[in-house]
Design a binder for this molecule. Sequence first.
Ligand SMILES: N[C@@H](CCC(=O)N[C@@H](CS)C(=O)NCC(=O)O)C(=O)O
Length: 225
Amino acid sequence: MKLYHHPVSTTSRPVMLFAAEAGIPLEVQIIDLAAGEQYQPAFSAINPSHQVPVLEDGDFRLTESSAILKYLADKHGSSAYPSDARLRARVNERLDWFNTGFYRDFCYGLIYPQIFPTMRRADETVQAGTIAHGREKALGWLKVLDEHMIGPKQAFVCGDAISIADYLGSVMMLSGECVACNMKAFPNIARWMNNMKALKNWSKVNEVFYQYMVEPNKDKALTAL
Ligand SMILES: N[C@@H](CCC(=O)N[C@@H](CS)C(=O)NCC(=O)O)C(=O)O
């Protein structure tokens, strides 16, 4: 199987991490997003949405990080995507929760407009409003995640067993380090993130993210939580 990805991409790293942890061999091809390779004809033919990740399994092509995680987990009979209907529905619920409101407000609202020049709003008032709105909404989502989804007892977002929702959600959560988010107010999230950071392949998969997204921003006065 082949994965088109980018080592910094928030939606590619969960797939890379899960595949590495589950021992799923992937041939990988980096699409240089910074150089606009996703808009070149060769990749546009692979994904007309111009986004990574994309998985190819023979003549079967699949986009969307959540769909790819489910497919890989199913294909390998991984316990990270249980077959029991209710357990699976819970994992799907968490995946959708991370991928919609949380990702939109935490990453695209609070963080990305501050660290990606292309996502910065041209008008300063609009920029400030976008960040303030994203921050306020993200605080609400984080409270739900901390108190209701993880809570004081669970190790992971669906219970004590790791699931593919943890892979997707933790990589999104890690984006908070770009603006130096302090997780003191969210002790259960902090504990969960430590569980994820203890995975054997965590550091290797997130190495380039730290190099290109955390390091260059660390001395800037950015809005965090
Ligand atoms: N919903 C998609 C989102 C994928 C996505 O946003 N990919 C970004 C990188 S994190 C991308 O390829 N961006 C390139 C572009 O939009 O130009 C998924 O979950 O896979």
